[in-house]
Design a protein around this ligand. Structure first.
Ligand SMILES: Cc1cc2nc3c(=O)[nH]c(=O)nc-3n(C[C@H](O)[C@H](O)[C@H](O)COP(=O)(O)OP(=O)(O)OC[C@H]3O[C@@H](n4cnc5c(N)ncnc54)[C@H](O)[C@@H]3O)c2cc1C
Length: 485
């Protein structure tokens, strides 16, 4: 720390040219891919004393890792209940704890001293699109008591005080989840890895590997590399080095936009400072640069120019927060995430010295950091905890047919979530109307004094109640019979 006052991110941004591998090289570990996963592994392994070379076909953070929102949560893209169902309670607890360690790895590295402008801030709110307060309570208990995670349950009123929309119901607040400037983080990570001794070569695609011997061979267009370990961290673009591996991932492109400054009205409508995500995994947003809204929502299973989705982001913002009126989108970005069939990342050793770290889906910040720790510590310390991922085998994602099917499943999932959300809002409106009707009825009864209860005009009289029992413990008359559910 003391050798220079220059921050690592400044080093990364200003003081270097992109280096391509143009000479043959030997290393302990060769990492393919300089996204979040590859760089996390390189950083951890270099810190533990290994010689590491990272080979990146384009440039650092070229894909999803350099185009993401920087929200850091515990857990995985796969919902916790599904995880427990799949591998049992005890193993799920261990995996969850490791995912929290991943988040702490990010927190420890993403400091202002290391990465100026990275802007860490605490607190993430997960909001429910349906009115499921009872489910919320059991989820809170489980997270808090069984998974040792600090959470707070927010009632509908509190959520709507923070977010002026009737789209959301209850919320789970994670005070220890946080966010950073996601687009800066990957470059900060590269700078830290370099500082720890890792060598990163860009414009250096790996075209083939020979992983059969003890010393493995890696071929690039202009040089060769030999290493004892290869880590495949190329996500969906890995291609030629191990095409079958790429085919176990369903590529899903996600897009996000940033609005023009929206002024004070933005804070009146969105009073929550951290990231907000809905429980269906459709919308994900937060305020940036004082009064702009950063919003992630559309997704496709084919590559497209992010600019094409500006209109769809704008419409989405308008449908959730109509009071914001027309907003202008000034910047769009996006990237391809690799989704596995089972929803969990692929982390582990495929054969001796050949490792994989991919399939992080839409939750890659903490999970790729966790992969970095697990793989580096296994190679250098013999830590075998990555084996907890063994139940999640490499399953073929179906090639081109799988992508089309994936898109249909995605559309179906979103449509049924939207239907559930509309139904919840319809029920809520019905309850409000019913309460108003009951209040009018009560008022009319009061006005009628002690005389016989006569319904106000337009209200159909109720059938006569059954004869009262003789005993004194009779319940007070209730008016809850007509609530539509
Ligand atoms: C819009 C958007 C918002 C997101 N927001 C969040 C968020 O807020 N929080 C969160 O946790 N996650 C988020 N994610 C998900 C997260 O960005 C990804 O899970 C993560 O970046 C995946 O990292 P990766 O290193 O596996 O893959 P990538 O980022 O795809 O990196 C892989 C790299 O490998 C290189 N490569 C591939 N093949 C080769 C080869 N043969 N030779 C050399 N190099 C190769 C590629 O060029 C690429 O640079 C978001 C994603 C998107 C798209």
């Amino acid at each position: 720390m003391s050798e220079t006052f220059t921050s690592v991110a400044q080093e990364e941004a200003g003081f270097r040219d992109r280096a391509r591998l143009s000479f043959d090289l030997d290393a302990d570990i060769c990492v393919i891919g300089a996204g979040l996963a590859g760089l996390s592994i390189a950083l951890e392994a270099a810190r533990l004393g290994a010689s590491v070379a990272v080979l990146e076909g384009r440039h650092i953070g070229w894909n999803a890792s350099g185009n993401q929102l920087g929200t850091v949560m515990p857990g995985f893209a796969l919902p916790l209940t599904d995880l427990i169902e799949r591998i049992g309670f005890e193993d799920a607890r261990e995996l969850w704890a490791m995912s929290k360690e991943g988040a702490e790895f990010v927190r420890a590295n993403a400091t202002e001293a290391n990465m100026p402008g990275i802007g860490p801030s605490d607190g993430v709110l997960e909001v429910s699109n349906v009115d499921a307060g009872d489910r919320l309570i059991s989820r809170l208990q489980m997270l808090h008591e069984d998974f040792d995670t600090e959470v707070e349950g927010w009632q509908v009123d509190r959520v709507r005080e923070a977010l002026k929309t009737d789209r959301y119901f209850h919320g789970v607040y994670y005070p220890q989840a946080f966010q950073v400037d996601g687009r800066k983080y990957v470059h900060g990570l590269a700078a830290l890895a370099r500082r720890a001794g890792a060598r990163i070569f860009e414009d250096t695609p790996v075209v083939s590997i020979d992983h059969s011997g003890i010393r493995k061979r890696i071929v690039t267009p202009s040089a060769r590399l030999r290493a004892t370990h290869i880590v495949l961290a190329g996500n969906i673009h890995l291609g030629a080095p191990l095409r079958r591996l790429s085919e176990t991932l369903l590529p899903v492109w996600r897009y996000a936009g940033i609005t023009a400054p929206l002024g004070e009205r933005l804070h009146e409508i969105i009073a929550f400072k951290g990231s907000v995500m809905d429980s269906d995994g459709v919308d994900h947003f937060r305020i940036v640069d004082g009064d702009r809204l950063m919003w992630e929502s559309p997704e496709t299973t084919w590559a497209a120019r992010p600019q094409r989705f500006a209109g769809s982001v704008r419409r989405r913002i308008r449908s959730i927060f109509p009071e914001l009126g027309h907003v202008e989108i000034t910047d769009m970005f996006g990237g391809a995430t690799g989704q596995t069939v089972h929803g969990m990342p692929q982390i582990g050793q495929l054969r001796k010295g050949l490792w994989v770290a991919s399939g992080f889906g839409r939750q890659g910040m903490n999970t790729s950091a966790m992969a970095g720790q697990l793989i580096a510590r296994s190679i250098l310390w013999g830590d075998e905890r990555w084996k907890l991922f063994s139940p999640f085998e490499l399953v073929w994602a179906g090639g081109a047919t799988g992508r089309v099917a994936g898109q249909l499943v995605g559309i179906w999932g979103r449509a049924s979530s939207a239907a559930a959300g509309s139904l919840a809002r319809y029920r809520e409106r019905a309850r409000i109307k019913d309460r108003a009707r009951e209040a009018r009825l009560a008022e009319a009864n009061r006005a009628a004094g002690t005389g016989p209860r006569r319904p106000p005009p337009g209200v159909r009289p109720r059938p006569a109640p059954p004869p009262k029992p003789a005993a004194a413990e009779v319940e007070p008359a209730s008016h809850d019979g007509g609530v539509s559910q």
